[in-house]
Ligand binder design. Structure first.
Ligand code: 3HC
Length: 670
């Protein structure tokens, strides 16, 4: 096998080049090649300095994650970076793309760093439940200070080259098209300088105040995660002990995280997210349909949010409403949202104008005729949707993709109202649609492969994580939500309180529990709207106008700041229902809440897979992570069930009389 590493001589500078597509991950062959090349450079008397750079789209994007959990082939990354730093001849890292994780650590071990302006530098290991395990936690603070090292390691967001220069992490910005030549010239300038600057030899002062402030600022963000604290501990260690001791501590902490469940879950999600983009029975190179203009029907919260995704990606949108007032309100909300983003400094005023300039609000339904993709986002009524699709069928150009944003309804039935069911697909966005990352792409029985592939590709362009779902009531996510809600309500009748059930879910890591979610979404959503028909607790709340946060009353009472407190009135209503139904009230344990609200979700996920309504178990996990805030450190419901043990989950379900999916009972979930 040819080595991914080659070298070129430019006078007395040896350029070491990695070519390991797609992202120059630092797998064994790359590490071996780098070690050999640096050794050659050191031994060759005609070489005065070295440059390390990468071919392709990026500098090393990190350790090769696929090697994790397998025996490490020599040299390990920690050995390699120390060997690079120990070189008796100066080495310059020449960075483009993203120098991430182990890639950033290789750069920090080099004695100098030059980068193109568009490059980014980061240590995102924390997002994989890890920490930079090749000296990164020890070199970063020594170069950039404690605060910056905490930001970069414990939060994991990469920083742009300009910021890296300010932090002392990059010595010089070089030409976007002349990286290699400029790096060689730079190497010429520094080749004779002594002593060679080595990050590990630098000292860094402790900064307990910065550490405390950082922990306080990020307490919420880090809730439930193990890796941020380990990153912080390593950075602090760098201020207390010499490098050699610091890296030992780093290694110990790294191995603890690597062996733990959280990192396994986060690594699972890294690959699951990328796998979700693949459609099993559609060739990756299928010809896609061009999407130059998108039409959106409905300028309400959903339609507006959906439109923003395309506008932000530079794709023009025609948005259609039935009344001028609704249209104006919708367009006004879009502008307001963009301006709020600009006020926070996350968008430039000219970008706001560009996005708004690409929006065409209209009352003219026929204007949709020029669109390549039309997304219907009106309320959930099969009748209304069928009528809209019949109209679309009559006016849309041949080959246009007709999508519905329905959250529950049968895409096949909608498609049957057209003469082109092959062009019909579901695009289920999650609210707020401009923020939530998940998109369920619903494949109807007749949806054409190129339609599906086009929508999946488009999802990537608008920065969504898309998952293919089959036609089933509620698709993947909402279908799994239903058994959870049913059980949560039953538990209320048997003695649990909304507060207890929500607390168990929040302790599990969910952003909120089922009743908090109801209050946020609106207790009245899907209500039959007849205050005299009271069949359950929800009906009773809705009949009294307890519609949730928007009314400052739902399952909880809310103050002006939307802070919830348990509601005596709700307790009364629940008590009333318990009496009426004659149910015996008993103490409900937290464990029972988990078994009866979370295990049934896993069971439902297994049924969805058995029925072929999801392509793979990891897709179900992706839906719950990106659509509902399932804690990523638990890897999604299906991954979590595996870590709990399928047997335990099955036993819990059996204990409470659920009908268990066969694949779950057999442990045959894929
Ligand atoms: N190891 C192995 N495979 C990797 C990888 C890595 N570090 N990074 C990306 N890949 C793979 C992806 O799985 C994907 O494979 P596929 O085509 O088969 O699905 C392919 O490379 C392309 O990746 P993306 O689809 O993500 O490409 P993008 O262009 O959207 O993004 C990127 C590129 C920003 C580099 C992104 O891939 C990324 O963030 N990668 C992970 C970076 C990271 O976490 N590095 C730290 C690793 S841990 C580490 O270094 C430990 C050390 O401290 C000891």
């Amino acid at each position: 096998m040819t080595s991914p590493i080659r070298t070129e001589r430019h006078g007395d500078v040896l350029v070491i080049i990695s070519d390991n597509p797609p992202v120059n991950a630092l797998g064994a062959a790359v590490r071996q090649g780098l070690e050999a090349a640096v050794k050659d450079g050191v031994q060759d008397a005609s070489i005065e300095a070295m440059v390390i750079r990468c071919d392709g789209r990026t500098f090393f994007a990190g350790a090769d994650i696929t090697e994790f959990g397998k025996p490490m082939q020599e040299p390990g990354l920690p050995t390699l970076v120390d060997m690079i730093e120990a070189s008796s001849k100066p080495i310059v890292a020449a960075i483009h793309g993203t120098a991430l994780g182990g890639g950033c650590e290789v750069a920090l071990a080099c004695h100098y760093r030059v980068a193109v302006a568009s490059a980014k530098l980061g240590t995102p290991e924390v997002k994989l439940g890890l920490l930079p395990g090749a000296g990164g936690t020890q070199r970063l603070p020594r170069i950039a200070g404690v605060r910056m090292a905490l930001e970069m390691t414990a939060k994991g967001d990469p920083i742009p080259a300009k910021k890296a220069v300010e932090a002392g992490l990059i010595d010089k910005i070089v030409g976007e098209d002349s990286l290699e030549a400029d790096a060689i010239a730079f190497a010429g300038e520094i080749k004779a300088k002594r002593p060679i600057p080595r990050a590990s030899e630098r000292e860094v002062q402790p900064d307990p105040e910065a550490v405390e402030a950082f922990k306080k600022e990020n307490g919420r963000r880090f809730r439930g995660f193990e890796a941020p604290a380990a990153n912080i501990a390593c950075v602090v260690k760098a201020t207390e002990v010499p490098y050699t001791e610091g890296v030992q501590f780093e290694r110990q902490e790294f191995m603890k995280l690597m062996m733990g469940t959280q990192s396994a879950a986060q690594r699972h999600i890294f690959f699951a997210e990328r796998q979700a983009a693949k459609i099993d029975d559609v060739p990756a190179d299928i010809q896609l349909r061009p999407i130059k203009r998108v039409g959106v029907i409905g300028a309400g919260t959903m339609g507006g949010g959906i439109s923003m995704n395309f506008l932000s990606a530079g794709i023009p949108v025609t948005i259609v409403e039935m009344a001028q007032e609704a249209l104006d309100r919708g367009a006004g909300t879009i502008r307001k949202n963009y301006e709020a983003t600009a006020a926070k400094g996350r968008m430039k005023p000219e970008q706001v104008e560009a996005a708004m300039g690409a929006l065409t609000p209209t009352l003219d339904f026929d204007a949709l005729a020029e669109c390549d993709l039309i997304i219907e986002a009106v309320y959930e009524s099969m009748e209304v949707k069928k009528e809209i699709f019949t109209r679309l069928d009559a006016i849309c150009k041949p080959g246009a993709i007709l999508a519905s944003n329905t959250s529950y309804l049968d895409i096949d039935e909608i498609a049957a109202s057209t003469k082109r069911p092959q062009d019909v697909v579901g695009m289920h966005f999650f609210s707020p649609a401009n923020v939530m990352k998940l998109l369920e792409v619903v494949r109807g029985a007749k949806t054409a492969p190129d339609v599906l592939a086009t929508v999946m590709d488009l999802a990537k362009k608008i920065k969504k994580v898309a998952v293919v779902a089959g036609v089933t009531y509620g698709f993947i996510g909402n279908r799994m939500l239903m058994p959870r809600q049913v059980e949560a309500n039953k538990l209320l009748m048997e003695g649990a309180t909304p507060e207890q059930i929500d607390r168990v879910h929040v302790a599990f890591g969910m952003p909120m529990g089922p009743f908090q979610m109801s209050d946020l979404a609106g207790v009245d959503i899907g209500w039959h709207r007849d205050p005299t028909r009271i069949e359950n607790i929800r009906d009773a709340l809705a009949a009294e106008g307890r519609w949730g946060q928007k009314k400052q009353a739902g399952f909880y009472d809310y103050d002006e700041k939307r802070q919830p407190t348990p509601s005596p009135r709700v307790a009364e209503i629940i008590e009333d229902f318990r009496k009426k139904s004659g149910s015996t009230v008993r103490e409900i344990s937290d464990e029972e809440i988990v078994e009866r609200t979370l295990y049934p979700m896993v069971n439902e996920g297994a049924l969805i897979l058995e029925e072929g309504k999801a392509q793979r178990a990891s897709d179900v996990d992706v839906v719950w992570i990106y659509g509902y805030g399932w804690p990523v450190y638990r890897g999604g419901p299906m991954f979590w069930a595996k870590t709990e043990g399928y047997e335990k989950v099955v036993a819990g379900l059996d204990k409470h009389g659920f009908k268990v999916a066969q694949s779950l009972r057999n442990g045959a979930i894929k």
